[in-house]
Design a protein around this ligand. Structure first.
Ligand code: NAD
Length: 334
């Protein structure tokens, strides 16, 4: 299969590219290598597969309509895994336009490419952030997602709605995956695990919001990758006989469209996550406890029963194993 993967220099995208190459697929990678965080880390991730005979890299920006169209026209991918996005919640205060150009306009360009080049299936990244401060735990796909707390979450919700409309109007099979806090080797320097590790090793204090009482469905990257690949292989179909409410969460019935949570079902309190990290590093953190920040979601907890029912998969790696793997990688990389 020829798969276009956007965001292959990114944390999750690089792991997905490696997995697809390992199973024999051809991968066209698309990434701008922007400087949101350390570009050398992005280059180092890419270096793991850049020379693979079945990998072809295209450097370009999703917001550039002609560049995205050219990738589709030239490479004619069978399927697309769309992971490139402006991630992160706090960066939007200073850079709101990037979220719209990369996530909204960029996703439109991907959808147009799928529409005009007969793509068999588009899998795209959404986020648990679409649930906002939803207090009903665990989060399942039937719950309301109309109150995103951040611009990032709003653009991801927009992606879901845009994909649904393309699935409905043009019959493009689309699967949206709501990832829950992803961590692991080659992780993002703007995310807690990386920031905490760096600070603890340097003897600097770590900022712990909500006094560390957040509970999160921390999800190990290999679990996410396995879910992405399995979802890619399961092309959703429309149900022409559909007449009303579907029992299948996230299934609209008429359009070949599905949305699934993909996250660890066992949420862990942030203080416990830090404790595990301290054990792996063999060093105590200097903790600065701070209140909840605007835009932060207090807790997340994934209900993955829809993913299990349709895709036959659930994340399993616990934080003890996952954080240890991250620390091993961090020590090797730095
Ligand atoms: P990442 O920032 O490491 O990777 C994103 C990649 O996309 C980067 O390499 C970046 O250079 C590229 N990119 C960004 N804007 C681009 C543009 N306009 N054109 C081309 N390339 C562009 O992020 P990640 O953690 O790997 O996240 C991957 C996807 O998963 C994103 O869509 C993100 O929103 C989503 N997600 C991630 C998490 C998480 O915890 N990491 C949680 C929920 C959802």
């Amino acid at each position: 299969m020829k798969v276009l993967v956007t965001g292959t220099a990114g944390f999750i995208g690089s792991h997905v590219a490696l997995k697809l190459l390992a199973r024999g697929d051809e991968v066209i990678g698309f990434d701008s290598l922007n400087d949101y965080y350390d570009v050398n880390l992005k280059k180092a991730r890419l270096a793991r597969f850049m020379d693979h005979p079945r990998y072809m890299h295209v450097q370009g920006d999703l917001s550039d309509r002609a560049a995205v169209e050219e990738v589709f026209a030239k490479h004619r991918p069978d399927r697309v895994v769309h992971l490139a996005a402006q991630a992160g919640v706090r960066y939007a205060a200073e850079n709101p336009h990037v979220y719209v150009s990369s996530n909204v306009t960029g996703t439109l360009h991907i959808l147009e490419g799928c529409r005009h080049h007969g793509v068999q299936h588009l899998v795209f990244a959404s986020t648990s952030s679409v649930y906002g401060a939803n207090l009903a735990m665990p989060f399942n796909e039937h719950q309301g997602t109309e109150h995103p707390l951040t611009l990032y979450a709003a653009t991801k919700k927009a992606n879901e709605m845009m994909a649904h409309s393309y699935a409905h109007l043009y019959g493009i099979p689309c699967t949206g995956l709501r990832f829950f806090t992803v961590y692991g080797p080659w992780g993002r320097p703007d995310m807690a695990l990386f920031l905490f590790t760096k600070a603890i090793l340097a003897g600097e204090p770590i900022k712990v919001f909500n006094h560390g009482h957040h509970r999160r469905s921390f999800t190990y990257v290999d679990d996410i990758v396995e879910g992405v690949v399995r979802a890619l292989d399961r092309v959703p179909a429309a149900d022409p006989a559909w007449k009303g409410e579907s029992p299948d969460p996230g299934f609209s019935g008429v359009a070949p469209y599905r949305i699934y949570n993909i996250g660890n079902e066992q949420p862990v309190e942030l203080l416990r996550y830090i404790e595990v990290l301290e054990q792996c590093l063999g060093k105590k953190a200097v903790v600065e406890l701070l209140p909840l920040q605007a835009g932060d979601v207090p807790d997340t907890e994934a209900d993955v029963s829809a993913l299990v029912a349709d895709v036959g998969y659930r994340p399993t790696v616990g934080v003890e194993e996952g954080v240890a793997n991250f620390v091993r990688w961090y020590r090797e990389y730095h």
